[in-house]
Design a protein around this ligand. Sequence first.
Ligand SMILES: C[S@@+](CC[C@H](N)C(=O)[O-])C[C@H]1O[C@@H](n2cnc3c(N)ncnc32)[C@H](O)[C@@H]1O
Length: 515
Amino acid sequence: MTSLLRAVVRKKRVVGLKTPTETAATPGFLHEETVVVNSLRQDQVVRGVPVARIDERGHGVVHVHVRQDQETFTFNYPRTLPGEKLNLRVGLAKKDRFNKKEAGSYRLAIDERTAASVDEVTPRCPHFRQECGGCAFQSLSYEAQLREKEKLLNLLMEQFELPFLAVDMVPSTPYGWHARTEFTIFLRDGLQLGLHPEGSPIPIALSQCHLHPEESQAAFLALRAALRHANCEPFDERTGRGYLRSLVLRSAGTGGSKEVLATFVTLPEAPEERLAHAARLAVEESESLKGVTWSKEGGEGERSPGWRAVGQQSHELLAGRPYLLYDFLDMQLHLSPEAFLRPNIFLAEEVAKSALEMSGACEGDMVWDAFSGQGLLSLPLLRLGCRVLALDRSLPALQAVLRHAQLAAPGQDARIFCGDLGVPAFLQRLAAAARGEPPKILLVDPGRNGMPKVFRRFLLELQAPRLLFLSGGRVMARDLAWLLKRGYQLHSLKAFDLQPHSAKLSVLAKLEWSE
Ligand SMILES: C[S@@+](CC[C@H](N)C(=O)[O-])C[C@H]1O[C@@H](n2cnc3c(N)ncnc32)[C@H](O)[C@@H]1O
């Protein structure tokens, strides 16, 4: 699928109940979906306002132009779909007390939904209506989701004044794709596994999740039953009693089916024997569950509501085996539960193949894989005959890189360097290494926070001829814009829908150093 020309929008200050970085239509140009009113007064109902698009959280966006203010206001509503029409009630209408000429600030709440979106479908999951926090818009058809994400990407590119390029979109299978989910463990009529609705510290108890492969569902039920049977105690935030914080499920495909690895995340003082008993019961019960590991991450500082595991810690094995078998390209890898796992089971291979293709690499090229995780992006390059230096702050991830490299290309030059790519002292050591032999190809896959600022500056020093950058959303546009203003040129883009039913889209960009 190829993107069409972007809508003509420019950056403008916006006021009201909205994210401050949203764009609004400029005066004289109104979005097709903009509703125009003369003024907004308390309790007034603005009728039939269409949802124009989604925002970066997957919330529906509406535009209301107020003639009196000569301004277009943008409002965002969770769980609304593009094409849906809303009656909006003005809850707050306020003029600046000191400067009456300033535009007002308004709060508009949904009074009624008057027309459904033509793209609305019945959500597959019973928990979606409870706003379980797993999906932003399971009720939007998958084709419409892709369309909306592409629109959002184009809008971001426009906002950050990035050059227009056609984007290849790679869709996913919309269900059964999830490779890693962390469920909160809590007490509510017995032990429950659940997720948090957006912005809420109170989890929803789940009985199933369709984002997971079926094999993972069986493991989920077996683990919940085993934890209950072994009388394992969830941590209770009100009393400080208990020790179980969360359950992480990881899945990967091998031999035509999927297998699952679970991790119990607990406070350090959790009783090993009881956890091991639950783990053994679950592994016996569920054929797809190949092992259970234990991470004592939930220490003193992590007792707050809504706490999430950050991973990268060493695990202990409680039952079964401590790795997942994963058929990747034509190799069988051992994936470590202590390192990053790309969220989409179906597309991880496609992302790595695309990186290889877009890199234009040749045998013997020096490749640096920054934020390497377990090295899945650079493995195909290693097999081609490139030399690879993997960089990450996670030692378990780098140890997996060496294991994978040994399997993919025995004897080939694969090295690791463990450190924080946001720390100047580590970057200085890298700069010294680059003076020996600079990388010809640099892979950069920094995760949700994008590139640390000092790392971006380091890239200018490094001047790698080819840079492949995998990222998403606003941080991706920010980092791209920064690099393009300072000597890199954008060559091509490819987008992967790694997380269906969310607004997230991952983009692989190829840049070339031009100075
Ligand atoms: C999105 S994952 C990359 C995955 C990997 N490229 C792959 O294909 O599987 C991000 C990785 O960056 C690492 N990381 C995050 N921040 C870092 C930092 N400041 N310095 C070094 N590594 C970092 C994490 O440990 C994680 O392995």
